[in-house]
Design a protein around this ligand. Structure first.
Ligand code: GTP
Length: 357
């Protein structure tokens, strides 16, 4: 069966991390976000995936190649201009092998989902729907596009962010399309499946089915979600065949150096070639490859970019530090602060900042 993975977004909510790598290639629990869902797709019997790329397209092929090392056949289609989610799906149509009635599974490249992919496809083929959407329940759906369904599971509306949502089911970013429906998406201009294609199908009376599902689901689009997703993979709350080590309290990748009395836990990841000094504490945080945390520093629920240096005694909580940034001793940052590449925070410059730096 054919699948498409959408990986061409700019990932603006994860800046500055996405200035050097596209969001689906950022390492979460040691491997790119995309690698986790590709491995799950493979295990569900999908053998061929077309990656729809745009922003920093070259990085995907450099890492995944033809896919053989990952047990998949991978192809790449690059948009010259970003075509949006629907435009990207339409843009790969010629590379799909199936016939007009065959199912094509579409994945957003920034989602972690425990979804049973085979069951989603079975629901789709069993009902004969044009499109079947994976739906997940969230506690507060007001910030999402909600997707109410009737008693038969048929989607009745697509409602963009509304103050009084009629359901807590939201679009989870994985769909099965009947191949012929992809061919009806307009070419040559950006199209959003959420805002144009799906509402258009409903307006035309076409059967769009929902597949509500209560397994693990997380959109890794924000720094807090990125950290949580990494923790959940490391600790095994979200199972992934691509996890590069045993499930546990932390994941320390080969080539990392950790002082004997440093404390690494809470599902933290220490990247290849990273260095953690004496008495430092890394709690639930993600250290990219080559990051340095000097003696006595405390890093909690944060992402530390490649080759960044966190000085001795620094305290970080809930922050994003860009690649190569240097935070010298005595600084304390928390609550959503982001430090962009090129910045050196000299000793004691910031305490308790939640501003962009
Ligand atoms: P933000 O800028 O932070 O919202 O992230 P994003 O650019 O990734 O957008 P969003 O999270 O809404 O995208 C959902 C999925 O679709 C992600 O996997 C994106 O990589 C992908 N995507 C979004 N826009 C495009 C596009 O124009 N082309 C392609 N090929 N993929 C896209």
């Amino acid at each position: 069966m054919d699948a498409v993975m959408l990986v061409g977004g700019q990932g603006t909510r994860l800046r500055p991390l996405t200035m050097s790598a596209p969001k689906p290639m950022l390492p979460v629990a040691g491997v790119p976000v995309t690698a986790h869902m590709l491995a799950r797709a493979r295990d569900a019997g999908i053998d061929r995936v077309v990656l729809a790329t745009s922003y920093r397209a070259e990085v995907f092929e450099e890492y995944f190649g033809d896919g053989s090392a990952h047990g998949l056949q991978l192809e790449y289609v690059t948009e010259t201009e970003p075509m949006g989610t629907g435009g990207a799906i339409r843009n790969v149509a010629e590379r799909l092998h199936g016939g007009p009635g065959d199912p094509v599974v579409i994945f957003n490249g920034d989602i972690l989902a425990g979804l049973d992919i085979q069951a989603l496809v079975a629901r789709h083929t069993g009902t004969g729907a044009a499109v079947t959407l994976h739906l997940t329940r969230v506690v507060d759906p007001r910030a999402f596009g909600v997707v109410p369904v009737d008693d038969d599971g048929r989607v009745t509306a697509f409602l963009e962010k509304t103050p009084d949502p009629p359901t807590n089911l939201i679009n989870a970013g994985c769909y099965v399309f009947r191949r012929s429906v992809i061919d009806t998406i307009p070419t040559g201009r950006p199209v959003s499946v959420e805002r144009e294609t799906f509402p258009g199908l409903l307006a035309a009376g076409t059967a769009v089915m929902g597949y509500p599902d209560d397994t693990y689901w997380l959109d890794l689009g924000t720094p807090a979600a990125f950290v949580q997703g990494s923790r959940d993979l490391v600790t095994g709350r979200m199972a992934s065949p691509a996890l590069p080590g045993p499930v546990g309290d932390c994941l320390v990748l080969p080539g990392a150096v950790v002082a004997a009395d440093a404390k690494i836990g809470g599902g933290a990841t220490v990247g290849a070639g990273a260095w953690v000094g004496a008495g430092a504490a890394i709690d639930g945080a993600v250290l990219f490859d080559g990051a340095v945390v000097e003696a006595g520093a405390v890093v909690r629920d944060s992402v530390i970019g490649r080759d960044a240096v966190i000085g001795s005694g620094v305290a970080l909580d809930g922050v994003v530090i860009g690649d190569g940034v240097r935070i010298e001793r005595g600084n304390e940052l928390r609550s959503g602060a982001r430090v962009f590449p090129g910045v050196v925070l000299s000793a004691g410059a910031v305490r308790f900042s939640s501003d962009r730096t």
